[in-house]
Write a protein that binds this ligand. Sequence first.
Ligand SMILES: Nc1nc2c(ncn2[C@@H]2O[C@H](COP(=O)(O)OP(=O)(O)OP(=O)(O)O)[C@@H](O)[C@H]2O)c(=O)[nH]1
Ligand SMILES: [Mg+2]
Length: 211
Amino acid sequence: MTDFTPEQIEAARLAFARPAVFLQGAAKIEQLPEPDLPEVAFAGRSNVGKSSLINALTGQKGLARASNEPGRTREVNFFLVDERIRLVDLPGYGWAKASKVETRKFQNLGRDYLRGRVNLKRVYLLIDARHGVKAPDIEALDALDLAAVSYQIVLTKADKIGPQERQRVAEATLKAVSKRPAAFPRLVLTSSEKGFGIPELRAEVLLACET
Ligand SMILES: Nc1nc2c(ncn2[C@@H]2O[C@H](COP(=O)(O)OP(=O)(O)OP(=O)(O)O)[C@@H](O)[C@H]2O)c(=O)[nH]1
Ligand SMILES: [Mg+2]
């Protein structure tokens, strides 16, 4: 993680303290909102904690629908923060129970979104801290490199492992993406449940949207 200054952390806290609102969901590429505000998107395997992370960032528990049932988020959902930044909740991949047709539909939607979005400042690729990078994640990484979208790894559910294991997974994960052209060279270790890493991730989002 970087060392943000206390001022940067505070500015990010304030931005995310303003009420965030759900803007819209898009089930088709034609339904995306105008690309008139900076956006950051959250991608990752189903159940990795994308919706929970959006709720933790905004401090609003019911904002994005989180659930234990994989495949909860089926559209591309847009949330507005501080009237100037959009958070984008993407459908998860690697969801075993989904039919092939359904899976392809979500994947195509996600891929089309990632490819053509001019206002997309960064993608956060979420990886479960207990598991590290797995085969379905490799496909996502390849797609992101191909789309040449700047992305950063966020480890989730870090409350479920101990400090030593966190360190080990963080190092291994960074190493796994170090040679990838579009990968950001630092990661954020988070727990939506316990709140750690959340102030830093807010600062990362703000920084990405300001540049
Ligand atoms: N312990 C712990 N559990 C978490 C954390 N984040 C998410 N969870 C749990 O993981 C499950 C899945 O979380 P979601 O946020 O719905 O996952 P998602 O990535 O949005 O899933 P899809 O919408 O299916 O792609 C829920 O039961 C959450 O409560 C965390 O930081 N710590
Ligand atoms: Mg979700």
